[in-house]
Design a protein. Sequence first.
Length: 254
Amino acid sequence: MGNEHAGQTIVFGHGFGTDQTSFTEVVKGFTDDYRVMLYDNVGGGNADINAFSPARYSTLNGYVTDLLDILQEYQLENIIYVGHSVNGMVSLLSSIKSPKHFSKLVLLGASPRYLNDLPDYTGGFDQQSLDALYQTMDANYYAWVSGFSKLVMDNHDRPELAAQFAETLAAVRPDIALSVAKVIFQTDHRADLPKVNIPTYILQTTHDVAVPECVGDYLNASIAGSRLTKVKAKGHFPQISSPQEVIDAVRSFI
């Protein structure tokens, strides 16, 4: 969508439990001046459910292959990629594998590792907490969706935002959601950060229970030449809760 005559394309990639509609308000800030592409990760949104394979998506590499296939299919190079949460890391790994496709990366609430590795690294979770999360997802997925959506959205005075996330999260097949959650939360891509050679912008919100502020600092320290902005938005989904703040921040970078 957007300006078909524009010389630059922005690709938006959504995080776990959402789909491309999570960027609906943010995209409005770019369609006049850029070509814009959105897509759904396999396993969510309107992506072909039959394309999901636990083996293919046992690591983030399956999503990396998907993204590079899309860019190749549409002959897109030197794009700006805005990746929320897990797709921040997907874009980072993709840029290492095929740098010609990327000109700039925007990492929105991204994390290279969600597990603590104390005393040197705080990711926000310990293994015991994650095991309990997996058990709850497995035992009563839809009850878990209700609680988790409120926790990570963290805008309790605007319950409609959590409800929006709960809707897309509940639409994911429970077994797929559990499989993907385990891959995301157990991943460790800290060693890949120094390999990034694409200009990178890190957007970190306040009080993100999934990605604490120290993770944004870690990314900034580990990616050469990166830039970090801590936005005022609360929670893990600033593109939903504070779209204008995200638009302004991204525009200042690109």
